[in-house]
Design a protein around this ligand. Structure first.
Ligand code: SAJ
Length: 441
């Protein structure tokens, strides 16, 4: 089986399936198609599938022209018909791994994908899980489902984990030029997975097992969450000492070794950094171990929206204004700069907290014209001089590159800057309150 599959990968006659056509799956499907494979993209969302078949991309980093070209060349088809998985010799799974309401792993998407594959996979198929998850998932959740129909992993079918490393909006690193870690349930599983990914990704890094590969991803993202938590606590420390935390960090970053710059902010968003470490924390709790760094970082990072709202309240108070009834304009609501994604964005918590205190809140975000939250649609407003003048407080929550911060400084009265976006503007009529220093600049 292994040699047959290796030969099909080698001569590109293998049909490659990608389950889940989101910000991970669609770029991956395009890379396989560009490498010469016929690719079947399977997604449960019929609108997504239909749109892709008309050559329209819903993913910021995948141009529609690329989708259209692969569809026209007959190398990519998107389908919501799970029976088509039977045509695939290799299948990569890139479905969401969110948290449930009780903040535990929600494996329902991975389970559904595994069961769909198990219903249709045939002997000789490779299955690779890419979704970020707790260590043990590949062996404990996928393997039993894949083997439910008598196929044996390592002999009839091959199973591996390969973490996605997509950084949405990153202008330099994309799927093809970001090294890809691969860990199989058996050595043969690792070998065929390496062969598949080497066909379209510049650097492939085999590791000992699926568990090693699962933990690599969790270490990467826990590393980020903990270091962001550290600089957020440093922002609180600097606030109490009346020091500008950005100055401290920028100067520390001049150290050419042994330091890595992270920046404080209004909290962390996205579907990875706030959630992935909690997958590891959950798994370790089942083994009676408490991952204190993860828990502490999560505590500090999730306090930051409230911290920003307190600074807004204090700044309004300095102007003899109550939050209640004040007009507050948020600048940037996406979860990070230069992306259009709102998932887990700290701006949502800031909006809620200000609304609870009676503020009249509007937002401007060139990347997010509108969004839906708890069934309510929020529409952004334009960034006009009148609107800036009318605001009792302007709050920079996400520092998109395509906003004119000098224009903001020239027309706003009070600006609470949670991202240091105003540091590069020249002094103007606005009073700027930075994230950390208590002394208004
Ligand atoms: N953030 C800070 N300070 C920082 C860095 C980030 O407050 O110094 C905030 C961001 O504003 C954002 C959140 O943290 O709200 C996450 O930002 P991120 O830069 O980690 O970006 P993500 O979540 O879109 O993508 C990350 C990847 N990013 C980078 O490595 C730069 C990477 O960790 C993973 O490939 C990806 O998550 C994933 O899918 O796991």
């Amino acid at each position: 089986m292994k040699d047959q599959l290796l030969a099909k990968i080698q001569d590109r006659s293998a049909v490659v399936g990608v389950v889940g056509l989101g910000y991970v799956g669609l770029p991956l499907a395009m890379e396989f198609a560009k490498a010469g494979f016929r690719v079947i993209g399977y997604d449960v969302s019929v609108p997504t599938v239909d749109r892709l078949m008309t050559g329209v991309s819903h993913i910021q980093d995948v141009p529609s022209e690329e989708v259209a070209a692969q569809v026209a060349a007959g190398r990519f088809i998107a389908t919501a018909v799970e029976e088509r998985l039977h045509e695939c010799d290799a299948i990569s799974i890139a479905v969401p791994t969110p948290l449930s309401k009780s903040r535990d792993p929600d494996m329902s998407f991975v389970e559904a994908a595994s069961e769909a594959i198990a219903r249709h996979a045939r002997a000789g198929t490779l299955v690779v899980l890419e979704s970020t998850t707790y260590p043990g998932t590949t062996r404990e959740v996928l393997q039993p489902r894949i083997e439910a129909r008598g196929l044996v992993v390592g002999k009839d079918v091959f199973l591996a984990f390969s973490p996605e490393r997509v950084d949405p909006g990153n202008p330099k690193f994309h799927t093809k030029n970001t090294p890809k870690v691969v860990g199989g349930v058996t050595r043969d599983c690792t070998e065929v997975t390496v062969a598949l990914y080497r066909s379209c990704i510049d650097t492939v890094v085999p590791v000992e097992s699926a568990e090693v590969a699962e933990l690599v991803k969790l270490l990467e993202n826990t590393f980020r969450a903990v270091n962001i938590g550290l600089v957020n606590e440093m922002a609180i420390v600097c606030d109490k000492l009346g020091v500008n935390v950005w100055e401290v960090i920028d100067a520390a970053a001049t150290k050419p070794f042994g330091f890595m710059k992270f920046t404080p902010g209004p909290g962390i968003g996205g579907h990875c950094i706030p959630l992935d470490p909690l997958y590891l924390a959950w798994k370790m709790r089942t083994l009676n171990y408490r991952t204190r760094f993860i828990d502490l970082a999560s505590d500090i990072n999730s306090e930051m929206p409230e911290y920003v709202v307190r600074k807004v309240a204090r700044a309004l108070n300095d102007d003899r204004k109550a939050v209640n009834g004040s007009r507050v304009l948020l600048l940037g609501v996406a979860y990070k700069k230069d992306v259009d994604d709102m998932r887990e964005s700290p701006a949502l918590e800031i909006l809620r907290l200000l609304g609870e205190r009676g503020a009249v809140v509007e937002y401007h975000d060139p990347w997010v014209p509108r969004f839906r939250e708890h069934g309510e649609v929020h529409a952004g407003v334009d960034l006009s001089a009148d609107r800036l003048r009318a605001a009792d407080a302007v709050v920079v929550v996400t520092d998109h590159s395509n906003v004119d911060y000098q224009f903001v400084a020239d027309h706003a009265g009070l600006i609470v800057d949670a991202r240091n976006a105003m540091a590069r503007t020249s002094p103007s009529r606005a009073r700027v309150v930075p994230l950390s220093a208590t002394t208004a600049l």
